[in-house]
Design a protein around this ligand. Structure first.
Ligand SMILES: Nc1ncnc2c1ncn2[C@@H]1O[C@H](COP(=O)(O)OP(=O)(O)OP(=O)(O)O)[C@@H](O)[C@H]1O
Length: 313
């Protein structure tokens, strides 16, 4: 099987290249020898329990805190070098806790950040519109809900038309519709070739949306790859959910006789069949041999949550 755990060498040089990144706070190994590569235009997820080291790694990658050891390059420039200043202009960052000034309006807030970034003030209106805050642009931030504050934080990250986006828990406080809109924006940015790395605790949310992800635990990267790569690395069993007419349930047992299945359970309106991944096709063929008796058939792959607990526990 192809190794997609790291960006393949034949692809363009990685936008983010982390080698042996380490950050110690006294005895705490917040980040402990992390290697990571993010390819141009990739949407990369970083997941892990509270305190796993995600935000610390983000800050190191942005050159905001010095590493105890290791080499971190963004766009080929070491984040500690003088050349990083130019690269930084191409980076947008949404911190975990974005600091906003309650007395400013949403528009004034963006004007403030635009000045800091050297971005034209003309970008502020469109950025607010992009995150759905146009109608609240003249209201003071003190009146903003949690989700509106988060959107405003995202809008500031978009100022200056960044080519690389670091988004630390970007969907915290967003309602389901706003989360969907947020990922639509990311999809548009990805189509424009923007490279993005984001953290999230909502695994179901990022499962279908990131190209690859890394699972961090205790400062280390435990696994890297696509969701499917990680499923295969964990070798978790999968489930078939077979719906038949009730009187036909016994046929399932009959066609699966002698096959390497882990469990067959008759449920209220279906039969659940569990097997290892390598047996998936033989089990599927056996079930297909039931022909018209099968009313419906679903394969349930392990979720990212199943995989996550497998790697991080
Ligand atoms: N400035 C600091 N001084 C001392 N310890 C720190 C500091 N910043 C982070 N840590 C420690 O480093 C470890 C990693 O913290 P970090 O904030 O990077 O985790 P995280 O994965 O982002 O967690 P969360 O999901 O809760 O945001 C934790 O044990 C934390 O207490």
């Amino acid at each position: 099987m192809a190794d997609t755990s790291q960006a393949p060498a034949e692809r363009a040089a990685p936008v983010i290249a982390v080698r042996g990144a380490t950050k110690h706070y006294g005895a705490v190994r917040a980040v402990d020898g992390v290697d990571l590569e993010v390819a141009p235009g990739e949407l990369f997820g970083l997941i892990g329990h509270n305190g796993a080291g995600k935000s610390t790694l983000f800050k190191m990658m942005l050159g905001l805190i010095p590493a105890t050891a290791g080499d971190i390059r963004i766009g080929g420039s070491p984040v500690t070098g003088s050349g990083f200043r130019a690269v930084r202009r191409k980076i947008g960052y949404l911190p975990e806790n974005v600091v906003l000034y309650d007395n400013l309006t949403g528009h004034e807030t963006l004007e403030f950040f635009a000045r800091l970034k050297g971005a034209p003030a003309s970008e502020c209106g469109p950025a607010l519109e992009r995150v759905g805050l146009s109608s609240a642009a003249r209201r003071r931030v003190r009146e903003y809900s949690k989700g509106m504050r988060q959107r405003l934080g995202f809008a500031q990250a978009l100022l200056g038309r960044p080519r690389i986006l670091f988004l630390d828990e970007p969907t915290t406080g967003l309602d389901p519709e706003a989360i969907r809109e947020f990922y639509l924006i990311l999809r548009g940015l990805k189509a424009d070739g923007v490279t993005m790395i984001l953290t999230s605790h909502i695994l179901a949310e990022i499962q279908e949306r990131v190209d690859r992800l890394a699972i961090m635990a205790a400062g280390k990267v435990q696994a890297v790859g696509t969701v499917q790569d990680l499923r295969e690395q964990m070798d978790l069993p999968l489930w078939f959910r077979v719906r038949l007419a009730h009187e036909d349930f016994h046929h399932v047992r009959a066609v699966l006789g002698g096959l390497p299945v882990l469990a067959i359970e008759a449920r209220e309106d279906h039969v659940a069949v569990e097997c290892q991944r390598e047996s998936k096709m033989v089990v599927m063929q056996a079930l297909a041999s039931l022909g018209d008796k099968v009313l419906d058939l679903h394969v349930h792959e392990p979720s990212l949550e199943d995989v996550f607990f497998g790697f991080s526990d």
